[in-house]
Design a protein. Structure first.
Length: 178
């Protein structure tokens, strides 16, 4: 109900603005003239819009001074602009983070290889035939059953994703600069 009333109000305003601006057709002008004589709501809206129209025509719009742009630029120049990221990001910290990840990966590999039972006899023929290996017999529980190992893996995954995000962001910024 409210939507139809709003659409009607908007329609009235649109038709009255066209009438006030003089862009209505002659048939539309006669219809609006009849509505203005017979309908109080149309008359009130017409007076309101005519008053707004007269105010707009009588007042002069303020123009900015000729030095406006220069004044704005001078005000901006007063403030200290942040330096580019290359100047305040310490590359040693980035290398340290990368070294930390490499150390974690190496530690994980050493731990994994330490869990392997090397005394079990195996086939020494090379190259290894993957058809003869039964992957269902491999027991991964010896490696991944430790709670600390699971926590270690989760932390490494999160840190690796953060590092990847930073790398891709830097790469995207370099592409934008070029």
């Amino acid at each position: 109900m409210k939507l139809s009333v709003m659409n009607t109000q908007q329609n009235i305003e649109d038709r009255l603005w066209d009438y006030i601006d003089g862009i209505s057709s002659s048939e539309e002008k006669t219809v609006i003239d009849n509505l203005l004589e017979s309908n109080a709501a149309w008359r009130d809206k017409y007076r309101e819009l005519l008053e707004v129209h007269q105010l707009m025509n009588s007042s002069e719009l303020e123009e900015p001074s000729l030095r406006f742009t220069k004044n704005v630029m001078e005000d901006i120049a007063k403030y200290h602009i942040a330096p580019a990221t290359k100047t305040y990001i310490n590359k040693k910290i980035i290398w340290g983070i990368g070294g930390f990840f490499i150390a974690m990966i190496i530690g994980f590999l050493i731990y994994g290889f330490g869990q392997i039972n090397w005394s079990t006899p195996g086939d020494t023929k090379l190259p290894i035939n993957l058809d003869k290996i039964d992957f269902n017999k491999i027991d991964f529980n010896k490696i991944f059953n430790n709670t600390y190992m699971n926590i270690f893996m989760m932390i490494n995954v999160v840190l690796a994703l953060v590092l990847l995000d930073r790398y891709l962001t830097n790469r995207k910024n370099k592409i934008k600069e070029a």
